[in-house]
Design a protein around this ligand. Structure first.
Ligand code: ZN
Length: 309
């Protein structure tokens, strides 16, 4: 069965100021990487747009109204020090939600075994009532909530391996007993949350803080000893990945020491667990990753493992 790649050029109309790490070239790099001959078997689709109703499945009406209001202005608005909205940011963010929903439908309909969605802005820092850390809406959390509307899905597991804590996803699914959220992240680091005693209302959250300098082989051990047993014990019907590539040793925003090929091994482990637990169903969605050549290489390894999985 196929691996699907989902994106939309409209996402690149969301433009951050010059020098901002979350830039248009990130998506361009990923798309040119996945257009090479080695990915000719990848099935490419244009992302559909998400709806306001999707946003309101987990975010407050005040938050949606603020984003709508800010995105009517010609000039860009700062929602925090580094989260910017311009006229085209609202559709871009809605394509992020739509792509994850579409990928879930394709996987559940048997048209694909797994999928990688590459959209911008990213989502895992956006909280119920707050945009932050380059993120506007919680794409993956909303995707998990949407997945539960499928009759054959009663439980969803999310692994967030971005180098930053997925505080937004944690905030959005805190009270969702059928969604397991696992975040591994460098600590201390932005946003400052993600301690191991933050466990959710139903013990449905596992935070795995990592020390500065942690390399990929140590992380693979942490997966075997802590992360994979938690997922197996939960026994999800589908797995979602918040795929950030900023734990790479060359990333400018953090200090972990993962190599590009570590993303192959991490993804391969997740494919094994998805095969064992949930008929290989897995949907991955881009979060961070700010060194362009490291991002391109790491995504190539990630998608190669998804295609082989
Ligand atoms: Zn990040």
């Amino acid at each position: 069965m196929k691996t699907v790649f989902i994106s939309n050029p409209e996402c690149n109309k969301h433009i951050n100021p010059i020098g901002h790490p979350e830039q248009v070239l990130r998506l361009k790099t990923i798309i040119s990487t996945l257009n090479s001959d080695s990915f000719s078997n990848l099935h490419k689709k244009k992302a559909e747009i998400g709806s306001f109703q999707d946003v309101l499945s987990l975010h407050s009406k005040d938050h949606l109204d603020l984003i709508i209001e800010k995105s009517t202005h010609l000039e860009q608005s700062n929602l925090d020090a580094d989260t910017i909205v311009n006229r085209d940011s609202l559709p871009a963010a809605l394509y992020g939600i739509g792509s994850v929903k579409q990928a879930i439908d394709l996987v559940m309909g048997g048209e694909a075994k797994n999928a990688f969605c590459a959209t911008r802005p990213p989502g895992h820092h956006a909280e119920r009532n707050k945009a932050m850390g380059f993120c506007i809406f919680g794409n993956v959390a909303i995707g998990a909530k949407y997945a539960l509307s499928h009759k054959s899905i009663s439980k969803v597991a999310i692994l967030d391996f971005d180098v930053h804590h997925g505080n937004g996803t944690q905030n959005l699914i805190w009270n969702e007993k059928n969604i397991l959220f696992i975040s591994s992240h460098q600590m201390p680091l932005f946003p400052g949350s993600g301690y191991s005693d933050e466990t959710g209302a139903f013990n449905n959250i596992l935070n795995v803080p990592l020390r500065s300098g942690t390399d990929g082989s140590h992380y693979l051990k942490v997966m075997d000893e802590t992360i994979l047993p938690k997922i197996e014990n939960f026994s999800p019907d589908i797995i979602l990945l918040s795929a950030g590539f900023d734990a790479h040793k060359n990333d400018p925003l953090a200090n972990l020491n993962w190599l590009s090929e570590d993303y192959y091994k991490i993804t391969q482990k997740m494919c094994f667990v998805a095969e064992k637990l949930c008929k290989k169903r897995m949907v991955s969605s881009l979060e961070g990753g700010y060194n362009l050549s490291a991002l391109g290489e790491s995504v190539a390894f990630h998608v190669k493992a998804l295609m082989e999985g």
